[in-house]
Every structure is written in structure tokens, then in C-alpha cells.
Design a protein around this ligand. Sequence first.
Ligand code: ZN
Length: 398
Amino acid sequence: MVSAGDVVFDSMGIHLPAESGQLLSLIARHGAVSRSELERLSGSSRTTIVQRLGVLFAANLIRETEETQPTGGRPSRLLKLNEDFALIIAVDIGESLTRVALTDLSPKIVAEAVFPTNLDNSPASVLSEITACSDRLLAQVGRPINQVIGIGLCLPSRIDYRNARVFGPSVMHGWDGFDIRGWFLDRFQTKVFADNDVNLMALAEYKNYWPNEDYFFFIKAGTGIGGGIVIRGEVYRGGKGTAGDIGHIQLDFPNPPLCRCGKLGCLEAYSGGWAIARDLRAKGIEANNSRDVINLVKRNVPEAIQLLRVAGKGFGEVAANVVSVLNPNLIVLGGTLAEADEHLMVGIRELVNQRCLPLATQTLEIVKARTGDRAGILGAAQLVINEQLVGLGSQHPD
Ligand SMILES: [Zn+2]
């Protein structure tokens, strides 16, 4: 436990007077901000701001940056979170690889390890490997566990977000209902947050490249398909956490194929990497997943290119509906299939422009994701920041 004046940092997070908490939340949300922006955002007077900032400075929670803002008088330095105040343990359990990292509060990776995932093993065995790895990384950077402000987990499954539990069916057999949070609490005494990979990839992409885009929609086009919605910097999950799950929206095409979920004609059954691979095999071309499909496209195999263009129309159908309901300013396409660039984008742009109102499409951008392999882990770290710092003073899971 670390305590400085009115501020206490213990295993459950940072505790401080509500007014200073509100200010810290604004700084965590907006990045580098000036004192006058804080006055405007909080509605408090300069004197009050200065006094509350004093509490945050004394606890070493914030610092001045080198950046200044002209004020008319003496230029004023911008304020930001002290990124070294605490560490985050971020974990990305992929179907084939697990990545464990310590990050600062930027979030920037300060230590990292990658090892193969075996989801046939029990949850306890997979999580034991992760805690052992986290211990090694903490020893490596020479910092104790009580400097960790939270654990963020990125999982390839639907998640009951409030309870941090896997909600199947998914590739995580045997994890349904497993008490991940309780398991970690017995060992690390810190808060645990878990979300699905698509939401966290969306969050990382938003934070890294589009932090000023308030209405943001992310499509993961991989072997499976999913969507993530980020509204004003927060993941929008809906009532039970399934918002944005576009892979199983059914398309009204003739002869609908069978989906992995057991229904007929889902988007995934036309446009997912596994479905394109299925259609390639029917043409006598060997392919099993989205990586194989993309390798064929990169080798200019005409059947693969043609199937990807058709898949793009499936994405376009669903994206047009998303635009009608959500009116995002930006759609970002990530996942392995996004590497096909224009072969996939053309169909999406065409259908969205055809179907949606001009007011919704005139400034809408549809672009490819840029965060890369570390999107899941950076999203998991950002999730902890959102819950433990941006969320100060508002409601979040216990
Ligand atoms: Zn389905």
C-alpha cells in the first residue's frame, strides 16, 4: 500500500477524494491537457483546479510534460498521467499464442513474453503459466506486485464482462463460467478485467490512431468475424456484452451455407476466413484458415482473389446496416483478411455508399487497421486504464 496525503494506492486501485478523482479521470481520458482545458472540462474555477492538482502532484499521479500551450501570458505546460506511477499486467490469450506483458500507464510495453497456448489444458493450468510468467517479468523489471494497478485479459471468446467469465460456445472449451477473477485474486490481490479480443483490438486501434474519433466501429475479419464499438473512448458492450457481434447476422442470399454456430447463412459462413478456405478446397485449392487465404491472395491466385471480393460484399451488407443503426464516423477493418486491402474494401465501400443515407456516408471513412500483433495486449492494458483511472468516480465492476 502506498499512501500520500489524501491518496491511497492499494491492491484494489487508487482511492482519493472524489473531486481529485474526477480531475485524474479527465487527465487519463484526454491525455496531455492544459489547466485551462481542465477548467472547461470540469466546470471548476482555476483556484479549485490548482488545489486539486496539488493532491495529484503530491501523490505523484500526474506530471507536467515538455509540451506547452500559449496562454497569452507565460506559456503553460500540459499535464498528463505519470506513466511510471503503476504497472499493468496485460495478457492476450490467442488460439495459438499467449502474450503476457507489463505495461506502464501510457500504455507502453516494458517487458513481454510470448509462448504457445494449449487450450486443451484446463483453465487453471493455462492461468498458472500466465501467473508464473507475470512473476518472472516483474522480477526482470525489479518491481513488486503491489505496483500493479490491474490485470487486463484479452480472450478469444464472448465474455460476460461484469463477471469476467467466458460465455461459450467458443474455442475456450472448459472455461465456461470459470471464475477467472477469483483465481487471480487468490494469487495477486489486484483487480482483473477481461474482454473479448475484438473489443480490445478496437480499443487499441482507437487509442493509438484515432483518439479524437468519438463514434468508432471496428471489424475483425479473420478466420471468424466480429465487431467492436467504441463510443467516446469507451467500449460499448450493450446489455449483456454482445453488442457488435456481427459475424452471425444472417444474410438473405439464396442457398445459405451452414455456419459454425449451427444457423444458416450467417455473415461468417460467407465471408469468414474458414468459409473462404472451405470454398477454396471445393475448387481443389488447399486452405484451412484466414492466413492460408491471404497467402494465396498475395500469390495472386485468381480463385482466392475472386472469393475475397465476394466476401467483401458480405461485409458490405452488414457494414451498411451498422452504419444505418450506429452512424459511425469511421470503420476500421482489422484481422488477417484486412491484409487483402482493396480486394476486400471495394465491396464494403460500394454497398455502404449504395445503401446508406448521404448524410451518414459523406464524411465516413473506411480504412485498414494499423496496430498489428500487439493490438490485443495494448487493448487489455487500455481496458485497465479505463476502469481504474478514467472510470474513477463512475460505476464499474467490483
Ligand atoms: Zn453463425
